[in-house]
Design a protein around this ligand. Structure first.
Ligand SMILES: Nc1ncnc2c1ncn2[C@@H]1O[C@H](COP(=O)(O)OP(=O)(O)OP(=O)(O)O)[C@@H](O)[C@H]1O
Length: 256
């Protein structure tokens, strides 16, 4: 593995008596696309929330490079280079696609009233730069024709693409993608797979939760399987698909 860019060390989080994440460790090497799979309720999204900062761990450490993320609030984690998308995208329905991407811009000096008053020229220049970058990303995710349409007109797959653009505007070094294929039609699924590969070619390390095994096998060099809050297995797609314990974990779910 290349130098680690993201590490979770022995992370625990429980909800009442339910240990949703129960001593999970995970390391992502620079430039990897790693798949995180496991039956429903295994703790995958909870682990994402712990890494991204929307939940606090009961114990354990999360590092982005040398930065201890578990001490930072979620917004500061974005500034430190961590991006994420959600299982169910919730864009601002009445705002345009462009406005939705711009709303994800962090730390623009235009955000402070004082800066607007003191340096209006600089604020305008930053706004122009941000708009140009947002339009570039909207083109990157193939939504240029919808840039000035309200987000409410987007299909499920187009919402996933908008999420990708929103996550990319902060120029993350590590991107967490929560079920980017869920509810997406086959034609857009190809676009999403291809865009994730291109994001990765541009140097972004990716951790991907997905139930679509075909997509996982096409994107990921390595798969980590979670069950009952812990790592059950890890390996290449071929190793994981042939692993009895993994098959039983999924069959157990079907039988439950
Ligand atoms: N906010 C919460 N409050 C209470 N329990 C929760 C909360 N979030 C998750 N859980 C519980 O933690 C466990 C792990 O859930 P989680 O959503 O992380 O699983 P998952 O692997 O992402 O599942 P799926 O594939 O269905 O999305 C489940 O038992 C779930 O009910």
């Amino acid at each position: 593995m290349t130098a680690p860019v993201l590490e979770a060390r022995d992370v625990v989080r429980h909800f009442g008596g339910n240990r949703a994440v129960d001593g999970m460790s995970l390391t992502l090497g620079a430039g990897e696309i790693v798949g995180l799979i496991g039956p429903n309720g295994a703790g995958k999204t909870t682990l994402f929330n712990l890494i991204a900062g929307s939940l606090k761990p009961d114990s354990g450490e999360i590092l982005l490079g040398a930065t201890p993320l578990h001490r930072l609030p979620a917004t500061a984690r974005i500034g430190a280079g961590l991006g994420r998308t959600f299982q169910i995208p919730r864009p601002f329905a009445g705002m345009t696609v462009l406005e939705n991407v711009l709303a994800a811009v962090q730390g623009q000096s235009g955000e402070t009233v004082a800066m607007n008053f003191l340096r209006p020229g600089r604020v305008r220049a930053e706004e122009r730069r941000a708009t140009a970058r947002a339009l570039e990303l909207i083109e990157f995710v193939t939504l240029s024709h919808l840039a000035h349409e309200p987000a409410r007109v987007l299909s499920g797959g187009q919402r996933k693409l908008l999420e990708l653009a929103r996550a990319m505007i902060a120029e993350p070094s590590v991107l967490l993608l929560d079920e980017p294929a869920a509810g997406v039609n086959p034609a857009l699924l190809e676009v999403i797979i291809e865009r994730i590969l291109e994001i990765n070619r541009r140097g972004v390390t990716v951790l991907l939760i997905e139930h679509n095994m075909d997509m996982i096998a096409r994107l990921c060099g390595r798969i980590v399987v979670m069950a009952a809050g812990r790592e059950l297995a890890a390996g290449t797609p071929a190793q994981i698909l042939a692993n009895r314990e993994v098959i039983e974990a999924y069959l157990g779910e079907v039988g439950a």
